[in-house]
Write a protein that binds this ligand. Structure first.
Ligand SMILES: C[S@@+](CC[C@H](N)C(=O)[O-])C[C@H]1O[C@@H](n2cnc3c(N)ncnc32)[C@H](O)[C@@H]1O
Length: 241
């Protein structure tokens, strides 16, 4: 399977799962339904860093089923445009907009985060939750973020920085990927990593073979847990000059 097919299948398995949302979204409003490891207080932290103006437009790079971006935009009284390579996720995101009453508008499109097709300087803010470490060319993604941001617009990207024997696909110098932006700040979030480890342990414990989405998560957990000391959990914020 290609990377896109793997995500499409993962989202289909999630649709059929009774346990997936309960694990990922346990501490947050039910409508967010994240496919990511940022806890609810982390979402509030991301919101405070973004400074998204009311009436503005947030672009969500790798939006998945759209919940985190819609929650952030609704909170600010703003609109969101989400891009993701998974058609299954984008269809779910477009169908879920009525779950976020404060949202001015939402539009979700299938596109690569390195080549979104969005106009230059069209975003008041950009967010990307747990995507950067997955893309083949993360520098192309951050260049695309700089292109679509308006001057003065802020970006917040959550990801992991790897060291040691950690999965070689994970970035080793996250700050260096943001050279084209200014005021770059790395925010260490060890508490997010602790929560991720707890979710991994619950997935392994709950994997009785009856739920394919939980089986996927348990497989990921078995692969990543040995490297827990090699993962630095970060949120990066920056400004486009
Ligand atoms: C861990 S999920 C996070 C989804 C969402 N941000 C959330 O918090 O629920 C990663 C997402 O990145 C998307 N993705 C991975 N590589 C991509 C790429 N090159 N272009 C667009 N989307 C991509 C996947 O389809 C998936 O939806």
């Amino acid at each position: 399977m290609t990377g896109v097919q793997i995500y499409d299948e993962g989202y289909r398995r999630w649709r059929a799962s009774t346990k997936h949302c309960a694990l990922f979204g346990a501490d947050m409003p039910a409508e967010i339904q994240p496919f990511s490891f940022v806890p609810f207080d982390g979402m509030e932290f991301v919101s405070s860093l973004l400074e998204l103006p009311a009436g503005g437009t947030l672009v969500d790079f790798g939006c998945g089923r759209g919940g985190p971006g819609m929650w952030l935009a609704a909170r600010a009284g703003a609109s969101v445009i989400g891009v993701d390579s998974s058609r299954v996720a984008i269809d779910d995101a477009n169908a879920r907009q009525h779950d976020f009453p404060g949202l001015v508008s939402g539009k979700f499109v299938v596109a690569d985060v390195a080549d979104t097709g969005l106009p230059d300087h069209s975003a008041d803010a950009v967010v990307s939750i747990d995507v950067l470490q997955l893309v083949p060319d993360p520098a192309a993604m951050t260049r695309e973020i700089a292109r679509v941001l308006k001057p003065g617009g802020r970006v917040v990207v959550t990801t992991w920085e790897a060291s040691g024997a950690m999965d070689k696909r994970f970035p080793r110098d996250v700050r260096g990927l943001f050279d084209g932006l200014s005021d770059v700040e790395m925010h260490d979030r060890p508490g997010w990593l602790s929560r991720q480890i707890a979710i991994y342990e619950q997935a392994i414990e709950g994997d009785d073979g009856s739920d394919a989405a939980i089986a996927d998560l348990a497989a990921e957990a078995r692969k990543q847990l040995p490297y827990r000391d090699d993962m630095r959990r970060v949120a990066v914020s920056a400004v486009r000059l």
